[in-house]
Design a protein around this ligand. Structure first.
Ligand code: MIC
Ligand code: SF4
Length: 649
């Protein structure tokens, strides 16, 4: 018998290494998922490497982020993605089909399999007993070319769920409570594995809400067992033959355990500007609200929308509130249309948006200046909504709908007996999922003017000298490094153009300065690069000449993205070392190639300005060192695959 579900899946997919916490392991990846905002780069990388057909068992390319088409650029990306998917053997999910994580859960996620996705919320698929991990696009390109996925074996943190949720308390409150308990760094280097009798009472969509927000703790993944409920879900999706029994073993073992008694939970809320600022809703009740948004990959299931509709049925949204609804997928849209949920929402005054990420990524629906927006989403970083001074709160659909009704943050337990939601039978809605071409040679890949091949970089030089261009504090998010939103997202396929937005919200002249100075360094605090998987937050600084970041610690995916683009992620070995560097200081690092080749974990840096020397730590696996020396992963892959191609010729 296995120790726990996560280890079982890892052992079944192990290619190399001993799966003990901290060891380097590589695992085989069965499925991949890309979304449009990160996906165009993935496919451009694959084209650059010269891959003709992806090697995974199943790969899907979704369009869900960049669906606001204010000019031709986003549509250009969609056409490129559709044609390149068809050519390379990838299923294509057209714009409007739904949010990648929702659609993947419905149509493709499989117990016991592995999934790598170029989006940080990929672990949503862990709801069906799958090991699903978020990564940068170049890592995706590598596994789609046939490479195993290399990672440091995470610790497995068992999350024991006991009891049953009280009325008006739902899966989002579980996710928020856990975040409140372990914080936005509490999951770093860990897989969160759920077990205990409380799991039995949670449906797959509810498990998905919880698995989705595990990302906000910094966790590598979140995994549920595959049980009878998983079977019920797959059967409803017409995929019961894909079910396997993958229960929590009787004597399960974890590296550590946290406990959550579901019956004790109350409606929770994350305050601005971090998903980790969690308090009870009752503590902030009464605050006036101007906008309420229901949807996103966290809370856009049939149940989530039906709960909201039942609260609003026969009533009207408060006149000072704008309520938006984004269904997670067309399957959900069709079901709410059939059951009358949609009609209730319309009658109550909700604005119905497309099945896409929408307001979650600042693609439309930016709230009024200085306003309060209450959302069922998973992130509330400053400015992410598109309004720099808006205050975004994260809640369950129950709290969101109650708040929309009264115009102030409202604890739904005031509303009397809770609604009973009966899920209708779901009609499959696969019309916007396109199979790849039978004959790829007939497909012509369409490239509009906004599709610009990614830049190439030189190998690491032996020494470099440069200025500290910016010094930042703790928890800098990738939204700070490279914002999303309606003006920036359409440029995701055009690195020279999007690079102008690096740190645009924090230091508007950063890009111009970096180019003028011929590059330099970034200094950060704890958890540098938290949040999204967007590798643009590494690739664009690299394009501007950034060669190294000095930080107290890093978020997992971002550290990997930095390495993948040849930026060295140095770590301060004491809080004092951070204090000793200032913006504008000139730093110099010598004999770097040799030190990295040897695997030195302490590197001396000269501060030319203050005429002193300090030492930083460098924690890199052998593979990461190879990547940095080569000037980035693309250079390595190019070398490997162009050699195999030459041998074949
Ligand atoms: C996000 O929620 O921040 C995104 C947009 O989905 C990102 C990916 C991206 O930046 O394209 C993510 O979470 O990885
Ligand atoms: Fe889309 Fe928001 Fe989910 Fe990211 S977090 S995938 S932007 S819905």
């Amino acid at each position: 018998m296995y120790r726990n579900v996560s280890c079982k899946i890892i052992e079944d997919h192990l290619v190399e290494g001993k799966p003990e916490p901290g060891n380097e392991v590589s695992i085989k990846i069965d499925q991949t998922l890309t979304q449009d905002a990160t996906g165009t780069l993935v496919y451009m990388f694959l084209e650059a490497i010269g891959i003709e057909k992806v090697k995974t068992r199943l790969s899907v390319s979704y369009v869900d982020h960049n669906t606001l088409q204010t000019d031709s650029r986003s549509a250009d990306s969609h056409r490129y993605l559709q044609t390149v998917a068809s050519k390379l053997g990838v299923i294509f999910s057209k714009p409007g089909n739904g949010i990648c994580h929702r659609v993947h859960l419905e149509r493709f996620a499989r117990p016991g399999w592995t999934l790598l996705g170029s989006d940080s919320h990929t672990p949503t698929a862990g709801a069906v007993g799958m090991l699903a991990i978020g990564a940068g696009g170049i890592d995706l390109a590598a596994v789609m070319s046939g490479e195993p996925y290399r990672m440091k074996m995470p610790e497995i943190l068992g999350v024991r769920l006991t009891g049953r949720l009280a009325p008006w308390v739902s899966a989002k409150d579980v996710a928020l409570s856990l975040l409140g308990e372990i914080g936005v760094k509490g999951g770093l280097g860990k897989i969160l594995e759920y077990f205990g009798e409380g799991v039995d009472y949670l449906t797959v969509p509810e498990r998905a809400t919880i698995a989705n927000m595990g990302t906000e703790t910094g966790a590598t993944s979140s995994v549920f067992p595959s049980d009878e409920e998983t079977y019920r879900w797959l059967k409803m999706q017409g995929r019961e033959e894909e079910w396997i029994n993958l229960p929590t073993p009787e004597r399960s073992e974890y590296d550590d355990i946290v406990e959550i008694d579901l019956s004790k939970l109350e409606p929770m809320i994350a305050l601005p500007h971090s998903p980790g600022n969690v308090v009870k809703v009752s503590e902030v009740e009464g605050l006036e609200v101007q906008q309420v948004c229901i949807g996103s990959c966290t809370n856009s299931s049939y149940r989530d929308l039906a709960v909201a509709a039942s609260i609003l049925r026969g009533k009207k949204v408060h006149p000072n509130v704008d309520l938006t609804i984004s269904p997670g997928s067309r399957q959900v849209l069709r079901a709410i249309a059939k059951s009358g949920v949609l009609a209730d929402l319309i009658a109550a005054g909700a604005r119905i948006l497309e099945c896409a990420c929408g307001p979650c990524i600042g693609m439309g629906q930016a709230p009024p200046a200085g306003s309060v927006s209450v959302r069922t989403f998973n992130r509330n970083f400053k400015g992410r909504s598109g309004t720099p001074d808006a205050k975004v709160y994260l809640v369950s659909p129950e709290v969101a709908a109650a708040t929309a009704l009264y115009g102030v943050i409202t604890d739904p337990r005031r509303l009397g007996p809770p609604p009973k939601i009966k899920e209708p039978s779901m009609d499959m809605e696969d019309g916007l999922l396109l199979a790849p071409a039978r004959d790829p040679s007939k497909v012509k890949v369409t490239r509009g003017p906004n599709i610009v091949p990614p830049p190439t970089f030189e190998p690491l030089p032996d020494s470099f000298e440069g200025e500290v261009l910016i010094k930042l504090g703790d928890d800098v998010s990738t939204d700070d490094i490279l914002p999303a939103g309606a003006d920036v997202l359409p440029l995701r396929s055009n690195i020279p153009a999007i690079s102008k937005y690096v740190f645009a919200r924090v230091a508007p002249r950063f890009a111009e300065k970096a180019l003028r100075k011929g590059g330099g360094f970034i200094v950060g605090g704890e958890n540098y690069g938290q949040g999204s998987s967007r590798e643009h937050a590494a690739l664009c600084p690299r394009y501007l000449g950034i060669r190294a970041v000095f930080a107290k610690s890093y978020a997992r995916i971002h550290k990997r993205n930095l390495i993948n683009f040849g930026i060295i992620p140095f770590t301060f070995n004491s809080p004092k070392a951070y204090e000793l560097i200032d913006e504008g200081d000139m730093l110099k690092i010598d004999v770097l190639r040799e030190r990295i080749r040897r695997g030195d974990d302490r590197i001396p840096v000269e501060n030319v300005t203050s005429n002193s020397t300090f030492t930083v730590n460098l924690d890199l696996s052998e593979r990461s060192r190879e990547i940095i020396l080569a000037g980035g992963l693309l250079n390595l892959l190019n070398k490997k695959y162009s050699q195999t191609k030459r041998r074949r010729m």
